[in-house]
Write a protein that binds this ligand. Structure first.
Ligand SMILES: Nc1ncnc2c1ncn2[C@@H]1O[C@H](COP(=O)(O)OP(=O)(O)OP(=O)(O)O)[C@@H](O)[C@H]1O
Length: 269
């Protein structure tokens, strides 16, 4: 079971992190005093109202941005820039429309391992397309793929790089409910074999309760911080029906709903 393989040492440490952006009216503090330690192999979901700073936080883990104060450490080293040890999958897929699924992934593999032979790189691409069930769609371009298939290609591309940390920014937000559930199950299978540490933003409490080891709940901005962290106790491998029959599921769900819609209600939601 994956829970047994989780190391006790934090792989990732977010320490006293604040982030401000300059504006014409002075600095705008999005995040203030955010602290989180993530163990290797953990699956962590982050939830919070729109605009509270979830993407800003994960951008600092990805290395797209740096904290204004505090530090983000990977294996005790400050994260200063993006790197192949951390891959991001966005809601909008970010595939190049003129390339096939195979070519989109190959491009990333080639960028990270330019010295590998063409056949080695081809094997990596094919292996990861197979992991997401898309071997038959290798020669299709994004316009010929459904939203769920595009997101599978984006996940296969991220996995091809064998990242230590997989950062998922609301990856299933644009998908219909059935496709979303299929991809959640596929993601859990992939996570189980890849052993990657996953940080995933979601707006969906049920998704977080199905996927995550812990659910990080953020307060509203400006100056948002982590309000509470829920530990999700369901054993793995997880079965959706069994989880929904577990009375703890409703306790956790109600607790998260109370946090989001009563204690930290947001006017625009
Ligand atoms: N580069 C920037 N310059 C100025 N303000 C920014 C910048 N990036 C983000 N912000 C502001 O920071 C706040 C947090 O944005 P962020 O995208 O991190 O929120 P979020 O929680 O991910 O939102 P959503 O759930 O809607 O994606 C917003 O008010 C946004 O306008």
């Amino acid at each position: 079971m994956i829970a047994n393989s989780v190391s006790l040492e934090p792989l990732l440490a977010i320490r006293n992190v604040s982030k401000s952006f300059p504006t014409p009216n002075g600095p705008y503090t999005v995040l203030e005093d955010v602290n989180l330690a993530v163990r290797q192999g953990e699956f962590v979901c982050i939830i919070g109202h729109s605009g509270c700073g979830k993407t800003t936080l994960l951008n600092m883990v990805a290395g797209f941005a740096t904290p204004t104060t505090g530090e983000v450490l990977l294996r005790s080293e400050p994260i200063a820039r993006p790197g192949p040890d951390r891959m991001v999958v966005f809601q909008g897929y970010a595939l190049l429309p003129w390339l096939t699924a195979f070519e989109n992934i190959y491009l990333a593999v080639d960028a990270v391992w330019p010295t590998k032979s063409r056949s080695e790189k081809t094997t990596i691409v094919q292996t990861n397309l197979a992991r997401v069930g898309l071997s038959d769609a290798a020669e299709k371009k994004p316009a010929q793929l459904s939203g769920g298939m595009k997101q599978r290609v984006a996940i296969a591309r991220a996995l091809s790089i064998q990242p230590e940390v997989l950062i998922l920014d609301e990856p299933f937000g644009a998908l219909d409910a059935i496709t979303k559930e299929e991809l959640q199950e596929q993601l859990l299978q992939i996570w189980n074999t890849s052993r990657a540490t996953v940080l995933m933003i979601t707006h969906d409490i049920d998704e977080a309760l199905f996927l995550a080891d812990r659910l990080v709940m953020m307060t509203n901005g400006p100056a948002a911080h982590i309000g509470e962290v829920l530990t999700i106790p369901f054993t793995r491998p997880r079965n959706r029906t069994r989880i929904m029959e577990d009375p703890r599921y409703y306790d956790l769900r109600n607790h998260a709903l109370d946090f989001l819609y009563r204690r930290f209600a947001h006017q625009s939601d």
